[in-house]
Design a protein around this ligand. Structure first.
Ligand code: HEM
Length: 202
């Protein structure tokens, strides 16, 4: 399911949010393909591994949602993390939400953190499709697929609000480059975590 980037626009003419999308489209599509190849919705055992992967990713990004400076840039950020929803999903499947702290990445640079947040918040858009797939396994917003459910305001309005916050940042070229680096690192981290959760991608 490839992301569509308007080819008429060059990277310089795009808004910051669109530039993030443009610069990470191949990273995204790589992750998308790897996740689908691992057949996360074929059976409960695969889904359990996918939840473990989501848990590692959301455990890594969760501290960023509590970061005071980032909360200043993105009002409402503190209400958005999906870590506790993933933990409840794991419990629904009878698993303990344990995570090896050494498997997590610490993001210190605030501009790189913006890219990580972009990756995490954007993943909610594609999650519409993933959420539908969980129905096959009889999971939903109340059991097993809480973290993939839409935000209370709906996915699109919520995403538009986050995009508007990104576009209002007015970063320097250097800061933007760090944000793009952060987003690429976030996708790379996801791929690395996927390989270690035992999901088969062949
Ligand atoms: C099988 C897994 C996935 C599928 C099928 C999928 C699919 C999609 C789709 C259809 C979109 C909307 C694209 C568009 O508007 O052109 C999207 C957006 C996005 N997804 Fe995924 N996605 C998946 C996994 C992920 C993961 C694991 C992450 C992050 C770790 C992620 C991050 C994003 C981001 C950041 C966007 C926003 C792009 C933008 O508009 O700037 N996706 N995804």
């Amino acid at each position: 399911m490839e992301m569509v980037v308007d080819k008429k626009e060059t990277s310089e003419e795009l808004s910051f949010a669109k530039r993030l999308k443009f610069s990470t489209r191949t990273d995204h599509d790589g992750v998308d393909k790897m996740v689908m190849a691992s057949k996360p919705f074929d059976n409960e055992a695969n889904y359990a591994k996918f939840l473990t992967l989501q848990h590692v990713f959301h455990s890594t990004v969760s501290p960023l949602y509590q970061h005071a400076d980032l909360q200043g840039l993105f009002p409402g950020l503190a209400e958005l993390p999906r870590l506790s929803a993933v933990e409840l999903d794991l419990k629904d499947l009878g698993m303990e939400p344990d995570v090896d702290p050494s498997s997590l990445e610490k993001v210190d640079d605030i501009y790189e953190a913006i890219g990580w947040l972009y990756c995490s918040e954007g993943s909610n858009i594609g999650a519409a499709f993933l959420y539908k797939e969980t129905q096959k396994l009889n999971f939903d917003a109340d059991r097993g697929a809480r973290h993939l459910a839409a935000h209370a305001d709906g996915r699109a309005p919520h995403w538009r609000k986050f995009v508007a916050q990104l576009d209002a940042l007015c970063l320097t070229e250097e800061q933007e480059a760090l944000a793009v680096k952060g987003a690429v690192n976030a996708f790379d981290f996801y791929k690395k975590a996927l390989r270690t959760t035992g999901l088969s991608v062949n």
